[in-house]
Design a protein around this ligand. Structure first.
Ligand SMILES: [Zn+2]
Length: 293
């Protein structure tokens, strides 16, 4: 599933590639999927998207906001899988920009959940894994969508300061006992983070996933804050994780420190064998020596 770095990468690339294109035809999926959320019928979607011009895409957390001017916003939310640009005839002059499997004239994937063709012959397809939203709103109404409305500051927002982060942790101390992994991955307390990037954040902050947030020392809070910001920024700068794909079908450049490939290998810091545990609905990979609990 995409996390903030992958969504930010797609947003940037959509701005570079799609902005200004006119939609010739918009279609919803050819592949029924129980956990893909639409808010329009295929007929409505086609009618409302025809002739619209793509505006500047932006993102927050795991959500992409794609203006379709005039008057609409296309929302991609909490998706995974592939969002792919299929070059058109006019892209032939851009050698090296696209992977071999995305040469101009590339075929449409066999299964997709959304497909936009543009007047210049290029196209966009999206096919998610597990779940995801592809919804079309009248501009402004997308802000009222559940999970978008009231979204807390994300690690790339200017409001995500150490002061904010510390106040967030304080606000969570009175309720149920939470661990560092719960803080990073549950209830979108920090929107955009997920189980993948959380592993590297916890390793860099030297905190065990089960470490209670109530017992974080002042310097541990600061370390956790700065590793969240640093790790997200680094993964965005490198075009997302290496096990996900960008708009052009290329894998991201951010190689995770702590993932299934690390399990059983020596810790890059101390040489202790990296462990895999199951905790809070997903695997965790950690160094039992470096990450305190
Ligand atoms: Zn270690």
């Amino acid at each position: 599933m995409f996390e903030l770095p992958e969504v930010a990468t797609l947003s940037r690339q959509m701005n570079d590639t799609l902005a200004g294109k006119t939609i010739a035809q918009g279609s919803l999926g050819n592949s029924p999927h129980k956990f893909v959320w639409y808010n329009r019928t295929p007929e409505e979607f086609e009618k409302l998207t025809r002739g619209k011009v793509v505006g500047p895409t932006r993102c927050r957390g795991r959500w992409l906001f794609i203006p379709l001017d005039p008057g609409y916003v296309l929302l991609f939310g909490e998706c995974g899988g592939k969002v792919l640009y299929l070059p058109g005839p006019l892209d032939r002059d851009l050698p090296g920009l696209f992977g071999r499997d995305l040469a101009p004239g590339s075929q449409l994937p066999a299964k997709y959940h959304l497909h936009l063709t543009f007047a210049d012959g290029s196209a966009l397809t999206a096919a998610t894994q597990m779940w995801g939203a592809y919804e079309l709103y009248e501009a402004g109404q997308e802000q009222d969508r559940q999970y978008v409305k009231g979204m807390r500051p994300t690690p790339t927002d200017p409001e995500f300061t150490l002061h904010y982060f510390s106040a967030l942790v304080d606000s969570l101390l009175s309720g149920e006992k939470r661990s560092v992994k719960a803080l990073l991955t549950q209830e979108q307390l920090i929107p955009g983070l997920g189980n993948a990037i959380a592993q590297d954040i916890m390793f860099r902050a030297r905190l065990h996933p089960r470490h209670p947030i109530a017992e974080l020392e002042r310097d541990q809070r600061q370390a956790l804050y700065s590793t969240i910001v640093h790790t997200v920024r680094k993964a965005i700068d490198q075009g997302g994780r290496y096990d996900e794909f960008d708009l052009y079908g290329r894998p991201g450049g951010y190689v995770r420190l702590m993932d299934s490939k690390a399990a059983g290998q020596p810790c890059p810091e101390c040489g202790t064998t990296i462990e895999k545990i199951q905790y809070l609905g997903g695997a965790c990979y950690l160094c039992p020596q470096c990450q305190t609990y």
